[in-house]
Write a protein that binds this ligand. Structure first.
Ligand SMILES: [Zn+2]
Length: 295
């Protein structure tokens, strides 16, 4: 377990500390808490549902990688299945700030990566920034999404984002996280490329049509995929490399263990992720080879 996560758990009140330690030290722990585990924590802690989620926020924030701001934001997204997904902000030295990942984007893409198709609520240790309010408005079920902050009543996303502009204003009826399969295949096949194509088939790009996905192989041979999450307001879009890095970070794999990366995108789209992907990988480690396939 990462030292920062251990410290966050050690600072939890008793008896929550013991129960969370048991969950997080399990070999199959993947920075999520199942519905049953959460029910057990409610029983043990005697906290309300919202207070327990808030109490767990420091554990989510312990996944933060914030070398620029040193400002550690944690978010916990609850999927419709009842499972809770941790997320934290990620920043990258040497590239534009627009490559940063906000904690809400991390928790949401974590839930999406693991198969959730909508969220019921998201708990955050700081008020969501405008960028994240717009990012969350892209979600399937955005109109019902609840935001929980420490020491506040839960409020709807749309009370934080009145008069919203979103996918429905552009005639899009399959918002982010809707289960999709775009049916793309690659002629050449290997496990890394297959993972990137599979991510591309799950990507959300209704505005540019640049369906895209990334797959990372780490030094131990494990694969981490990420799919592109486009946004109606364009700028809050989360590129596929960022989602793959969330996948890796929430699996507690350090980013210096990236061995190789493949980017897949559409050949005939109006935009490309190639240059930004190259720039961020170059900043992480100039020796990472990047494979590229335009379908
Ligand atoms: Zn934000």
């Amino acid at each position: 377990m990462r030292a920062s996560v251990k410290e966050a758990i050690a600072a939890l009140p008793t008896p929550l500390k013991e129960a969370v330690t048991e969950i997080c030290e399990s070999p199959d722990f993947d920075a999520t808490i199942s519905k049953e585990q959460f029910a057990n924590l409610l029983e043990i802690s005697q906290l309300s549902d919202a207070d327990l989620r808030v109490a767990l926020l420091p554990v989510a924030a312990a996944y933060s990688v914030a070398p620029i701001s040193k400002f550690y934001v944690g978010a916990i997204a609850r999927g419709e299945s009842g499972r809770l997904y941790f997320g934290a902000n990620m920043e990258f030295e040497g590239v534009q700030l627009s490559q940063s990942i906000h904690a809400e984007q991390s928790a949401i893409s974590h839930a999406w990566l693991k198969g959730e198709t909508s969220l019921t609520n998201i708990t955050i240790n700081y008020s969501p920034c405008g960028h994240c309010r717009q990012f969350m408005n892209e979600l399937n079920g955005a109109e019902k999404l609840e935001i929980q902050l420490p020491s506040r009543d839960a409020k709807s996303l749309h009370s934080y984002l009145p008069e919203p502009f979103g996918p429905s204003d552009l005639g899009i009826d399959e918002p982010l996280m809707c289960p999709v399969h775009h049916g793309l295949t690659a002629e050449e096949e290997n496990d890394l490329l297959n993972a990137a194509v599979a991510a591309t088939n799950r990507s959300h790009a209704p505005y540019s049509r640049n369906l895209s996905g990334v797959a990372i192989r780490d030094t131990k041979g494990r694969l981490f995929a990420g799919m592109y999450a486009e946004n109606a307001a364009f700028n809050p879009s989360l590129p596929p490399l960022q989602v793959a890095l969330v996948n890796m970070n929430m699996a507690e794999v350090p980013l210096d263990e990236i061995q190789e990366v493949v980017l897949v995108e559409k050949a005939d789209a109006t935009i490309s992720h190639l240059q930004d992907t190259q720039a961020l990988l170059e900043a992480l480690n100039p020796d990472i080879p990047l494979g590229y396939l335009a379908l």
